[in-house]
Design a protein around this ligand. Structure first.
Ligand code: COA
Length: 402
């Protein structure tokens, strides 16, 4: 039977979530439905049907993401993509991606899209590039800071979730305009981000909330008692501070908690804790892909952010999935602002649209992408300047999976 695609009605959240749960080989979780309801934008969710059966689909959350130098900008935050087993490799995902990306272009909505991928091989074919990473960081309890590190001496308190939430939101909102990769959050997004259902804890404790006058941390504990005594794991969900000294204070507090053997954190790739430690090698780090970023309209998207240095180059962009982006663009950055216009001039740099998506948040270097054979320098010397212009002050980091 031919596949059909349409947007959802507001009464279809249950069947949509059921399809997504089945796609992820999960049990259907009725109790999560209310949480999703608060974030559900039916007119921005597509479902693909085989006859009457909903076999796949995906959604967009209307949000803002902070971009380099220019604060929060509209982003299509792609979420809940799935195709039921038994209906795969028949083009359902391709139908969905076409509806989303071509739809955004035709309606001149968000100029860029971002998502977390379950598998890294899925989205590059649709023009998504690897735009940010996150780090796994393990530090043993008690790891000392080097002499001279300033730790904000204000009192740190553990409080209930209800007491903590207003402060978390206040601090987050104050920092959000300057933290590249951070997303706007409604109350429903907050509830989802810090949902604490027992069957999602994977044997860990409920969340502990730590407040500091200039920051906060949220963590869980995985209990582990061995013959020598307690060696539990402390899993940091989030740690945010408005000053470097408060940041050091929150880390110090967590590293000194009794009963802990090891602190484990999912954090930004340039988390500075390694530089606080007297013995940097105590921090074990590994990096994994986080945000995949897609420029829907190259011209509009590149103008959304600011650039580190002046540059003037002609880009030859290849984009098979969104052909309106293909061709030659003169990219000029001056005083931070960019102008992007179509030209017929000879190109200086050739690249696929994925590479522009990867570099968009300022973390992935175009020179690295060139070494990975995703970018080609045609005019000697053109690439270094372009790559430098795109770099951010710090690595982009999205602290939530959406
Ligand atoms: C990943 C998933 C959405 C793909 O859906 P699908 O309808 O089978 O995809 P399509 O048939 O449209 O495939 C399009 C192309 O992507 C490729 N592809 C599909 N899934 C892939 C994967 N997991 N890894 C690499 N390539 C993949 C297909 O081979 C096909 O390539 P081709 O155009 O060269 O033939 C589906 O397998 C799924 O739901 N998986 C489990 C849930 C999940 O991971 N969702 C994604 C959340 S981020």
């Amino acid at each position: 039977m031919a596949l059909t695609l349409r947007t959802l009605r507001s009464d279809e959240l249950r069947s949509f979530q059921r399809m997504v749960d089945q796609s992820f080989l999960d049990d259907v979780k009725e109790d999560e439905l209310e949480r999703w309801r608060g974030m559900f934008e039916p007119e921005r969710h597509h479902a693909v049907f085989d006859g009457d059966e909903m076999v796949g689909g995906g959604g967009i959350q209307t949000r803002h993401m902070t971009v380099p130098g220019n604060g929060p900008q509209p982003v299509a935050a792609v979420t809940s993509v799935g195709v039921k087993p038994g209906h795969r490799r028949r083009g359902v995902l391709t139908r969905l991606m076409t509806a989303q990306l071509h739809g955004l272009h035709e309606e001149r909505r968000e100029a860029f899209a971002a998502l977390w991928a379950s598998e890294a091989g899925i989205y590059p074919r649709y023009g998504y590039g690897l735009g940010s990473e996150f780090a796994r960081l393990d530090v043993p309890r008690g790891a000392a800071f080097r002499a001279g590190v300033e730790v904000d001496g204000e009192r740190v308190r553990e409080v209930s979730a209800a007491e903590a939430m207003p402060w978390l939101k206040e601090v987050y909102e104050r920092l959000r305009p300057t933290r590249v990769g951070w997303l706007s959050r409604t109350d429903a997004h907050w509830d989802h981000h810090l949902a604490d259902q027992e069957d999602d804890r994977d044997g860990l404790s409920s969340y502990h909330y730590v407040l500091h006058p200039r920051g906060f941390a949220v963590y869980r504990v995985k209990s582990n008692w061995v013959e020598r005594g307690p060696r539990s794991e402390l899993h940091v969900r989030t740690l945010v501070a408005e000053t470097d000294e408060a940041y050091a204070a929150l880390y110090r507090y967590l590293l000194d908690l009794d009963h802990i053997g090891e602190l484990k954190s999912f954090t930004d790739p340039d988390d500075p804790v390694v530089h606080l430690l007297a013995d940097a090698r105590l921090a074990l780090r590994s990096r994994t892909d986080a945000l995949w970023v897609r420029l829907v309209d190259v011209e509009r998207a590149l103008s959304l952010r600011r650039y580190q240095s002046d540059v003037d180059v002609v880009l030859e962009v290849r984009d098979a999935f969104c052909p309106w982006n293909g061709g030659r663009w003169r990219f000029t950055a001056s005083g931070g602002e960019a102008s992007v216009r179509r030209v017929d001039d000879d190109p200086d740099v050739a690249l696929d649209v994925e590479a522009l998506g990867a570099a968009f948040l300022g973390g992935t270097r175009l020179t690295t992408l060139a070494r990975g054979q995703r970018v080609r320098e045609l005019t000697p010397g053109a690439l270094n300047g372009l790559s430098h212009a795109f770099l951010g002050d710090r690595e982009p980091h999205c602290p939530e999976v959406f």
